[in-house]
Design a protein around this ligand. Sequence first.
Ligand code: ATP
Ligand code: MG
Length: 356
Amino acid sequence: MIIKSLELKNYRNYDELSMNFASGTNLLYGDNAQGKTNILESIYLSATTKSHRGNKDRELIKFEENEAHIRIHFEKQGIDHQLDMHLKKNKAKGVAIDRIPIRRSSDLLGQIPVILFSPEDLKIVKSGPSERRKFLDIELSQMERLYLYQLTNYNKILVQRNNLLKQIRFQNNLIETLEAWDIQLVKYGSEVIKYREKFIKHLGEVCQKIHNKLTGGKEKILLEYDRDVGYDSYLTELAKKRQKDLKYSTTTVGPHRDDISFIVNGIDIRKYGSQGQQRTAALSLKLAQIQLMREVMKESPILLLDDVLSELDSNRKTYLLESIKDTQTIITCTGLDEFISKHLPIQRMFQIKAGK
Ligand code: ATP
Ligand code: MG
């Protein structure tokens, strides 16, 4: 799997851009605020339908313009494909692959498997559970088509149930309808839990091996699914929490409160780890994700490294670059010194200056 070219029109600070990527390591260098991350973002967006920075579509369109276009030529199993994305100010985005429109985002996810790695990701272990759930959801959605379907349904029903809980305050007889929503919620929620359970188990095994190497055998890491509720006891737990849910008008139990715990040498490093431990664990997690994606999708993902090299010490940097040797990578950085002094194998370099 490789991305051959990228074309942008009125995307962020780009009027018009066309670039051809090499199949190995591509380097985007330039001063701050020139448009390096914007390029990675446009690729990430095309692959996942969302900006990794959480922006709305309208914010991605160049100031004063009404539409933006992204075109990517990619090669998959020896066959060339073209992805087109069309962003509009007040309408939903349009996406097409080989000129055939794609209506559901689940049909797009996984077409171009990408992994983005930014300094933010190094904080995943110490940040709140919602960041870790976001990681779970994005990765699983790319790898398992059905996961997104189950998750979307779960979230929809969760919103409806919460609305109903609010209405019941004023209209007590509505309480009779709650049972039906509970059953639906548990149906989809249980599937979400099953997918997460399987994924975290697999990811944890791979992560442990990588972490062992990264720390020279000094640390043993365990990834555990810190689930809010198991699927066997889900319905009973929901019934138990009903009074509480009614009191607070919100659903207080379910996979929307899940987390992953990172246990290093018996200690939960989410709370008690040193900064270095947390960052190393985050790096192991990211590398595990690359490996897992390769295994599951039988396709090597495109790796987008935004400014992370400057955040890692030289051992970890070497390890990272060593482990991504056979992966198409696009790296951003501000200076070239360390690449030149380390003789890193860069296949193609682009200087980015004011959206050019
Ligand atoms: P850094 O090294 O600081 O991370 P960068 O090269 O990654 O910088 P980008 O995040 O890609 O920089 O952003 C480049 C510029 O794009 C910013 O100066 C920003 O003001 C501009 N920009 C962002 N959104 C838009 C938009 N919708 N229209 C026009 N310009 C925009
Ligand atoms: Mg940037």
